[in-house]
Design a protein around this ligand. Sequence first.
Ligand code: NDP
Length: 457
Amino acid sequence: MAYDYDLFVIGGGSGGVRAARFTGPLGFRVGLAEEYRMGGTCVIRGCVPKKLLSYAAHGFEDVADLAGYGYDIAVKGFSWETLIAAKDKDIDRLEKAYQNTLTKNGVETFKARARLVDAHTVALRDTDTGEERTVTADKILLATGGRPTVPDMPGSEHAITSNEAFHLPSLPKQVVVYGGGYIAVEFASIFAGLGAETHLIYRGQQPLRGFDEDVRHFFLEQLDHLKNLTLHMGETITSLSRSDADGVLTVALASGASLQVEQAMFATGRTPNTPADLCLDGQIELTGKGAVKIDAFGQTTVPNIYAVGDVTDRVQLTPVALHEAMAFVKTVFQDTPTSMDHSNVATAVFANPEIAVCGLTEAEARAQYADIDVYQSSFRPMKNTLSGNPARSFMKLIVDRDSDRVLGMHMVGRDSAEMMQGFAVAIKMGAKKADFDATVGIHPTSAEEMVTMRKPV
Ligand code: NDP
């Protein structure tokens, strides 16, 4: 049977765009539907705008640091409106770049919401006109990503999520951030850094569950020093209510206390976008968490339909979605079955301080290996000696004693992500501690600490 397309991609985020733009040039007919803006979570309301706000949030600290180096400068003011306008302009530029890349690579795009009619038929409802049409495709790729979730509680409609945080008309004077994951600690750092009275509320004792325990502990200690930030660990929000008279939001806590703030941002997790009309009423099976169930090659329970990225809820990171998309293209359109190796994926949390990790935590390494050695170091980075900034850095290496292989690497402190990317290559290649020891450091840097730790703790 002749289909309209060889591949139809649903979702114009990192995974979907990557798969489409690499399949088109192979000579296949490719279509892609995106209901909102091209670029998806990462570009439009995630990694990219977040990183821009994170850069901005270091401004006051950077200026204060310069005093120790002889500068006599004061910040005259900060304009959230200017920052958001500049950020929006750059996001518009990137959105256009994504669209151009697709067009250049022969992908036909639709600004439309897609639903599946059957395994080969996609109904497209135009976002602007509401008109519906159907197209057919041999292969279909689900790359619909995820969306923030807010726990059910009285007044939860007053909470914003990261989606809205990027478009607030002004910097809130006081803000509650709820959650203890990536997004919560990143936004708490942004709001506090920019000068908002910020409250981070988390139900556990230390944010970032799943990270190495020493990293969590060190990170929390450092976070506690951050100006304008108050930590409320072991606390939950029970309700929100906004006063009609003055617009103040009252955040009631399980402990009985309450906070009066302008905004409350919930970063309490994300859920895959898998509405029933995208899943052929159950033919495309889901996991218990509502993600699309796939095999090692991204194939769903309907053989011609595949899925990549956050909608599969494996590792919710853009570079992972990109690799999964490339594996899909090789498997389906280049006759080379390829499954992505999700081990040793380096990741970073762009909070203040920054965290970067690659490989296993100490607890995971202890569970999987008979004997491990742990090397760690905490130090004041050189820049902070003259600046007087009290922030410290932390580094940790976990090594399998039998093979000498480095199993995990963890960093907390400024520029951790930039340092980790290079080390991640070595870890992916199976570097041994002896390789680290044989590497000559660059002096004076923070990164040299990673190749000069000699004694296990
Ligand atoms: P996470 O799953 O990382 O964190 C969710 C947080 O919300 C956890 O601290 C969780 O607590 C808490 N939580 C969940 N449900 C409730 C509830 N009902 N009541 C109170 N608290 C609750 O999600 P995020 O939204 O922060 O991020 C999603 C993913 O996006 C990340 O896992 C990451 O992969 C990706 N991401 C990556 C970034 C990067 O690369 N820098 C940046 C941002 C996101 P508990 O720990 O107790 O379960």
